[in-house]
Design a protein around this ligand. Structure first.
Ligand SMILES: [Mg+2]
Length: 442
């Protein structure tokens, strides 16, 4: 890019919340009433398109993440896109490791969520300027440039810049075939829409039929409130999906280690591929112990793993046998590139977490990047899909025949329609004012 590269002039931040708790969408054993929300940021520029980014929360506290984005935004406003692209690692570190903000993390919690929103918006802007979908921008990037976006601080003992470069280069000879394949076939998806814990048995059955009809081969159910309910629901799902489709379960951190090991026993006869988030997302040793105890059922985790350094602990210790990276939990695209490299280093399949609002739009790009540049197989890998809220996006993800199709429009697909931003802005958007008047919300 030239010296006339667009400059980021202003960050517009929206506290956006959807009342999904009204119909129990997204409910699990721990998060019983989520209102899927986005701390949303638009990076306006002088004359170029704006960059749109977000991070995902489930309602209360979204205003705190919005404030963190507001506080970080002076570190990005005033920069040109060319400046950022010239030193992507340096830009990322300037935000992730700001000498004062870092005390609030570092690289975890609210500050990591805010960092993700901004970093995702910057990549959206860059991809729009390049007139490419983000996955294609990263697929086409020279290996040196791709690796130069990654901060290896804290993971060099597992994978350093040299090792990562060798890893990416080793995939280069067959890269064009994989680009053609994702454009032709997409990437395998699985559905969680059948198994929310607040759904009635009839709804579970109906959603399973929908999933089978739509071509899904992998289904996930939420567990952890009552073992009897879980066994009954597993039986219903198995009846509906038949013996050959694949079933996974997700406890959303509900248990302690021994409880998790005991809880899975009566479910094992239904044929479980993975047991997701059995315990605290910080319990490295606990995940490893569970993995040893419940084999051949795999332990899956990652959606609330804080950063690449924690991913290293989980991957190296054997407690993360399925790597569920999240587009918005860690520091955006750059940190996820590091996590893809780590998963490759430890030979663990990447099966991204999605759902929420915007996560499916983002992972539709990330899973292609991972497959093309880092982990070049589709064997034993599926990417989560949840069929909620896509109608609010200007470039919604497309899942057909149980597969994510490769996005085609320039950008990172996280842009939400202006009408939706206005209607669901919290607390003053008309959708929320109306509910407050009716006494539905306080
Ligand atoms: Mg989960």
């Amino acid at each position: 890019m030239t010296a006339t590269s667009p400059k980021i002039t202003r960050a517009e931040i929206v506290d956006l919340r959807f009342p999904t708790s009204e119909e129990h969408h997204g409910s699990d054993a721990v998060h019983v009433d989520p209102d899927y929300s986005a701390a949303y940021v638009i990076l306006h520029t002088d004359g170029a398109p704006a960059g749109h980014g977000l991070t995902f929360t489930i309602g209360r506290g979204n205003e705190i993440v919005c404030q963190a984005i507001r506080s970080l935004s002076p570190l990005v406003v005033g920069r040109t896109v060319a400046d950022i692209a010239r030193d992507r690692r340096g830009f990322w570190r300037a935000l992730a490791q700001d000498s004062q903000f870092r005390w609030l993390g570092p690289e975890k919690g609210v500050m990591a969520l805010a960092l993700a929103a901004i970093v995702n918006a910057v990549w959206d802007l860059e991809a729009r300027l390049a007139q490419k979908p983000l996955w294609r921008l990263l697929a086409d990037m020279p290996a040196e440039e791709l690796v130069a976006a990654i901060d290896f601080h804290g993971i060099r003992d597992a994978v350093d810049e040299e090792a990562c470069l060798a890893m990416v280069r080793a995939n280069d000879a067959t890269r064009a075939e994989r680009i053609a394949r994702v454009e032709r076939e997409g990437f395998p998806a699985y559905t969680t829409s059948c198994g929310w814990i607040g759904y009635s048995d009839e709804t579970v059955r109906a959603r399973c039929r929908d999933g089978v009809r739509d071509g899904f081969t992998h289904f996930k159910m939420k567990i952890g409130q009552s073992v009897d309910d879980d066994v009954r629901r597993a039986r219903i799902i198995r009846e509906e999906i038949g013996p050959d489709r694949v079933l996974m379960v997700d406890a959303n951190q509900r248990f302690d280690v021994r409880q998790a090991i005991d809880w899975i026993k009566p479910l094992a006869p239904f044929g479980i591929w993975w047991f997701e988030e059995p315990v605290s997302p910080d319990d490295v040793l606990g995940h490893a112990e569970i993995a040893r105890a419940i084999a051949p059922i795999k332990v899956a985790t990652g959606e609330q793993c804080q950063n690449r350094v924690m991913f290293k602990q989980f991957l190296a210790s054997g407690g993360m046998q399925i790597c569920q990276l999240d587009s918005c939990r860690v520091g955006g695209v750059n940190d996820n590139l590091a996590i893809m490299a780590l998963a490759r280093r430890y030979g663990v399949p990447v099966c991204p977490h999605a759902g929420g609002v915007g996560l499916c739009e983002f992972v539709a790009h990330l899973i292609m990047v991972d497959y093309i540049r880092f982990n070049p197989t589709m064997e034993g890998r599926v990417c989560e899909f949840v069929d909620h809220l896509h109608e609010h996006f200007t470039d919604p993800c497309v899942v057909k025949g149980g597969r994510y199709l490769a996005p085609t429009k320039p950008g990172y697909s996280g842009e939400i329609k202006r009408a939706s931003l206005e209607a669901f802005a919290f607390p003053d958007g008309p959708e929320w004012v109306r509910r407050r008047k009716k006494g539905v919300v306080s």
